[in-house]
Design a protein around this ligand. Structure first.
Ligand SMILES: [Fe+2]
Length: 284
């Protein structure tokens, strides 16, 4: 839970005003927001310009400073996290902390932030709820809810089609260089789920399971891992993987457009993060 009170004073735009705007949008008091907050800077920081993005990479932080903006709003966490492996799984001797090494990305990010006096606001749950999930449904052309609620909804396709055709449709809408999918290409699909971002990963299996229980024959996902694919095969449901970042970018861009309309006194930019990998094509 965030320990933040509303500091809105009417004349100056403070970083917390943005968070309050988002909290209002999902009808939740700011202190009830379950994750995110200010990994750099404070809620009281005055906002001179905003950059909205999926991931606050070193490139994004440098760009923000170069543009004269000072508040970065990111959907994914600012710093890379890892769990401490038990001695059974690691090399002998003292535990090597990630930040002991100067070139760790977290150290680099911290340096850029401090040198440029940036504030970083991480908004995860609230952006999913406010805009990201719906924007991906819209991008996929999913409108008619057949069953379920919240993130467990299942939509009726405008017309039945083969799974192969659905894969082609998704590829056209999301403009991907490659699509991984699981399931029978000839199966006729009528009901689909939206498992945007990382919601289809094994660690979030609840959402996939609930969509299957609500009648999904195919689920259009952000990012997948192989265990999630095997689970779908055993449960007899088709999966289409798009991309974590590409499934969340439409909502994040829409959020930047909303902020520009609502807080016209400061510049607002959207920074588009691209997919991080390249495709090797044999023979080319
Ligand atoms: Fe995500």
């Amino acid at each position: 839970m965030l320990e933040i009170t509303n500091l809105r004073n009417g004349t100056v735009l403070n970083a917390v005003d943005i968070l309050t705007y988002v909290a209002d949008g999902i009808s939740l008091p700011v202190h009830m927001i379950p994750d995110g907050g200010f990994p750099a800077g404070t809620p009281e920081d005055e906002v001179k310009g905003i950059l909205v993005t999926w991931l606050a990479s070193p490139e994004v932080l440098r760009y923000t400073a170069a543009r004269g903006l000072n508040l970065v709003i990111c959907h994914e966490p600012l710093y890379w996290d890892e769990r401490e492996e038990s001695p059974l799984y690691r090399s002998s001797g003292p535990y090597r902390n990630p930040l002991d090494r100067k070139s760790h990305p977290n150290n680099l990010k911290k340096k850029i932030i401090e040198e440029n006096n940036l504030t970083v606001l991480h908004i995860h749950y609230s952006l999913d709820k406010l805009i990201i999930y719906d924007a991906f449904s819209e991008k996929l052309g999913l409108k008619e809810v057949a069953a379920g609620e919240m993130y467990e909804k299942v939509y009726s396709l405008p017309e039945k089609m083969s799974f192969r055709k659905l894969v082609e449709n998704v590829r056209e809408r999301i403009n991907l260089p490659v699509i991984r999918y699981v399931g029978d290409e000839n199966r006729i699909i009528e009901k689909v789920g939206n498992c945007w971002g990382g919601a289809a990963l094994s660690s979030n299996r609840y959402f996939t399971r609930r969509m299957i229980e609500n009648g999904a024959e195919a689920i259009i996902c952000g990012e997948l891992d192989e265990a999630a694919m095997f689970f779908a095969l055993e449960y007899g449901v088709c999966l289409i993987e798009t991309s974590h970042v590409l499934s969340e970018n439409p909502g994040i861009k829409e959020f930047a457009d909303d902020l520009r309309r609502s807080f016209g006194s400061v510049p607002v930019e959207f920074f588009e993060i691209k997919i991080p990998y390249k495709i090797y094509e044999h023979g080319r």
